[in-house]
Design a protein around this ligand. Structure first.
Ligand code: DC
Length: 241
């Protein structure tokens, strides 16, 4: 089912939550036979580890001091994303409201970002067939030389509607509350000093408000194919293939 690309590519997909970033990144990677890295899951996993190990999240110096302690291991199969903290499967707990509410504070601490950024660069460098890396600062900070940078956006209303569709049971709140929680997290993620959520100057912006998920996936697949072809041409000219 996966198409063959003209060259191995590193793809950065950034944007706020509710834009379809995770679903798009996973589907594009699966369709094109690329690895996949969910960097939000890494920040969530370190946050979960801190919550379960009694770190005081109101104290940035305590967060900084603990940032190097847990081993965070991410799987890179887009069909079976996996994440663990100190060997414990974190894929369920990182999606709880407790972690979602705490992750912006933890991910704003420069020592945490330095630690996780290093992990991300190591994983991207080791992904031989190419990789899709999704997050907030991938195109600006983590992988500034990515072959393709995509920045997904959507109206606040569309994002809140998609988010509340994803929440289940007692965590499902009304639309207005979801929109408010999203706005708060965006504000914290965009206004922090250490590598805030920001579109890279050379990123392609895709507004997903009026698009179905399938349309967004198709659009990004085309962008990746074009970037892979451009890269293959460059390498050929440089006599590297
Ligand atoms: O994409 P997500 O909602 O799972 O991300 C969780 C949090 O992690 C988000 O509020 C901001 C932070 N994050 C970040 O600071 N940098 C990234 N590259 C990815 C996520």
């Amino acid at each position: 089912m996966s198409a063959t690309l003209a060259s191995s590519v590193i793809v950065a997909i950034d944007g706020p939550s509710g834009t379809g970033k995770s679903s798009t990144s996973k589907a594009v990677a699966a369709q094109l036979g690329l690895s996949y890295l969910d960097t939000g899951a890494q920040y969530r996993a370190i946050t979960w580890w801190m919550l379960t190990n009694g770190i005081d999240l109101a104290d940035a110096s305590e967060i900084a001091a603990a940032s190097g302690k847990p081993s965070i291991v991410s799987g890179t199969d887009p069909e079976a994303p996996a994440i663990s903290a100190d060997g414990a499967d974190a894929s369920g707990p990182i999606r709880t409201q407790e972690v979602t509410s705490a992750v912006s504070a933890v991910s704003a601490v420069p020592e945490v970002r330095a630690r996780i950024t290093e992990l991300q660069r190591t994983i991207a460098a080791g992904a031989e067939g190419g990789i899709v890396v999704e997050g907030r600062d991938i195109g600006t900070t983590v992988l500034p030389d990515a072959d393709l940078k995509v920045f997904l956006t959507a109206s606040a209303e569309a994002r809140a509607a998609r988010r509340s569709g994803e929440l289940k049971g007692k965590e499902a709140t009304d639309l207005a509350a979801t929109q408010q929680a999203l706005a708060q997290r965006d504000k914290a993620d965009s206004s922090r000093k250490a590598s805030p959520l920001k579109k890279a100057d050379d990123a392609v912006e895709v507004d997903t408000t009026e698009l179905t998920l399938e349309q967004v996936i198709e659009c990004v697949v085309t962008l990746v194919e074009q970037a892979a072809a451009r890269k293959a041409e460059r390498l050929e000219k440089a006599g590297q293939v």
